[in-house]
Write a protein that binds this ligand. Sequence first.
Ligand SMILES: Cc1cc2nc3c(=O)[nH]c(=O)nc-3n(C[C@H](O)[C@H](O)[C@H](O)COP(=O)(O)OP(=O)(O)OC[C@H]3O[C@@H](n4cnc5c(N)ncnc54)[C@H](O)[C@@H]3O)c2cc1C
Ligand SMILES: Cc1cc2nc3c(=O)[nH]c(=O)nc-3n(C[C@H](O)[C@H](O)[C@H](O)COP(=O)(O)O)c2cc1C
Length: 800
Amino acid sequence: MTGGAGRVAVIGAGPGGLYFAALARQSAPGREITVFERDGRDDEFGFGVVFSDETLDGIAQADPRVFAAMSAEFARWSDIDVRHAGQVRTCGGHGFAALDRNRLRAILQRRCAELAVDVRYRTPAPPVGRLAEEYDLVVAADGVNSATRTAYPDAFRPELDERPSRYMWLATDKVFDAFTFIVERFDFGVLQVHAYPYSAERSTFIVELAEEPWRRAGFEALAARGFARGESDTASVRRCAELLAGHLEGHRLIPNASRWIRFTTVRNARWRHRNLVLLGDAAHTAHFSIGSGTKLALEDALALAASLGEQPTLEGALAAYEAERRPVVESAQRAAQASLEWFETIGRRTGQGPDQFAFNLLTRSRRVTYGNLRARDPGFVAAVDTAVTGAPEAIGTPPMFRPLKLAALELRNRVVVPPLATFTAVDALPSAFDRAQLTAHALGGAGLVIAGMTAVTPEGRATDRCPGLWSDPQEAAWRELVDAVRAVSDTPLGIQLTHAGRRASRAVPGPDGTGPPLAEGGWPVLAASPLPWDAGGPLPHEANAVQLDSVTADFAASAERAARAGFDVLELQFGHGHLLSGFLSPLTNRRTDGYGGPLAQRLRLPLEVLAAVRAVWPAGRPLLVRISACDWAPGGTGEAEAVAICRALADGGADAVDVSTGEVVAHQRPPYGRGYQTPFAELVRAATGLPTVAVGAISHHDDADSVLLAGRADLVAVGRAHLYDPLWTLHAAAEQGYAGPGAHRPEPWAAGSRRPPGPGSDRVAPRLRLVREPAPPVHRRWRPGPADRPVPARNPEEER
Ligand SMILES: Cc1cc2nc3c(=O)[nH]c(=O)nc-3n(C[C@H](O)[C@H](O)[C@H](O)COP(=O)(O)OP(=O)(O)OC[C@H]3O[C@@H](n4cnc5c(N)ncnc54)[C@H](O)[C@@H]3O)c2cc1C
Ligand SMILES: Cc1cc2nc3c(=O)[nH]c(=O)nc-3n(C[C@H](O)[C@H](O)[C@H](O)COP(=O)(O)O)c2cc1C
């Protein structure tokens, strides 16, 4: 079956184009394939490419001859070395296989020749429109600058995100014996190297700097002169060699068309248009720090060739190819995005000790976690644990179950149930459901449980089903609720106080998080500026001087009531577009008085509120402030402002910041994804020294442990996962085999401290091997020599 593709043109004889051509021909020998390549057959570009076993399994199965040829050339090892501040930390158990990119191309060229694929070198492809008419299928494997993609912008809808950091691909004749990250601080800033061996003679050596250090180091001036195609920036290469002489140990840096470039993440809304299809770098790129384009290009080639074989029509085959590959690629791109941003902002972590820094680096993309690393190299994680806690006895206690002292309050663990409004209040009184939910969460094992948004005035309610804390009956109801929870649990309880500002007077929200404006019974809405939340929303009144004073007084009065009601912790809502967030963000504060304009003035009301609350809130009880550290909209709060806000909050007496983002403007575009807000908690913690709470899509204990051990935050707030499972924290303890003081299980539930058995859980696997396979050693270094046993690659991320 040819999948409707009897005659195929391939643009580009990179690894993607060649591998596709070979597979597509091998699976349908009657198929005619012509590959156009503008460069010469023997033109050599690039250095080494790295694979994991996952990709290699696919290659082995698809074409054993290609696989055998590749295997014969592999450099194999399992260790990652992180060199930083004169120290080296090694983490084993990963598994890499690398080879020379040009040798890979030669293997694929040979395979194409065996299969009689017509590969035309030094032949730029004819115009793609013409090819599309002459061939059944045109595969555009024409690389990151794909002219095919550019020719059909409306069909493919490409999005090119050119990043600010500069990097340069180089080789060296120093043969590293492990994957090696070098992170060096110079007077101009931080410079990092991603280096890995790929043969008995060479290693790939990628030098990377954030934009500012690159300028300050003088590279901008050296790069300014412009270079011909194929020429290298030898002056910059020399300077890199000088700067990194200690790591090169007398070896050379070897350029090949090497110059400073900026990484461009390529995304396309569609990968196919009629009988044209994008493959490899033309369709998508993922930053080199987590996975090479070569690996993704080979996987694309395999999936496209398979789809052509499986589907009866060309249209069906191209649709199946895209449907199969897109989620895999998008997942790699999410990890790559987290990784490239980590390296762009590396300077905020270089103050960490060498162990924690190495752990932070290894977990940067969120694909590799505390749990993975503990399984791969327990010794490495134990060393990090000891270094971070200063206590060998911490080993065996997952980071989330380590205690923390906040002000005078001892938390038994690092898990917080963040404010989770129930929208069940009647007459602004906490409901029976509020009591049930807080009780469930208090019994569920978290170190701290915070009641949802509670208004300081009737107009400050977000909805007509929100509770308040401005009256005696409300105070009494909250006191009763706190007492009821206390009767069964000693878990500290907090409450979040708010004035919803322009987000007030809405109906209970639906799944998108915002309810419509109240049709009846709404109330006047107060805000920094008269800007409605959304088109149909009520027009807010700009707060006048008297109202500003009373907001401050209202917060202080509610805080006093919260203290009397017995709450251990108070959280002020300065985020999510509520009144005080509305003052902080430049997008929602257009005032021309002393409460608007520069940040110092936008901070004025929030700081007045903080001061008034601090004055009445008991000194030993923690006072938290939730902020939106980013608005996810152009012109919104930036990183520098978020840090300045947090410094001011620290000076104003906040004990910790609960670092959320967004919900400030309705037109926000957050990049939702696992732990997507955590980098902001890390930023604030590193810049201010204030304890931070990381929140947002942290739903698995492994993510929580990773965030904490990497020093990205002091506490992790787990919201929706606690609605899914109110005993989330206790279950996380059971799953990690932890039964220490950080996880308190109510005595009456002691019989349920282990996961109940299910079908198959009593099954014991019989021994089926006469000779046991020895477990692969944790640490394997690359030692050139006769082909050795493969090192299984268990790292889903380091699939360069
Ligand atoms: C300077 C540099 C060095 C790199 N080094 C490495 C490395 O050492 N290791 C690594 O893993 N990755 C490296 N990469 C990344 C890697 O090259 C790509 O991610 C990977 O090769 C993608 O494969 P591909 O087949 O999609 O595209 P490519 O390998 O880019 O192949 C595209 C091919 O299409 C050809 N082409 C383009 N337009 C036309 C046209 N109109 N007519 C005919 N031919 C055309 C190009 O000449 C090229 O050969 C490097 C990238 C760059 C830019
Ligand atoms: C049902 C629900 C109610 C929420 N109520 C509040 C609230 O009252 N105050 C607040 O600041 N955030 C509130 N949030 C946001 C959470 O505190 C948390 O920041 C968010 O859910 C992200 O964390 P998660 O991904 O772990 O759920 C609420 C979220 C949900 C799902």
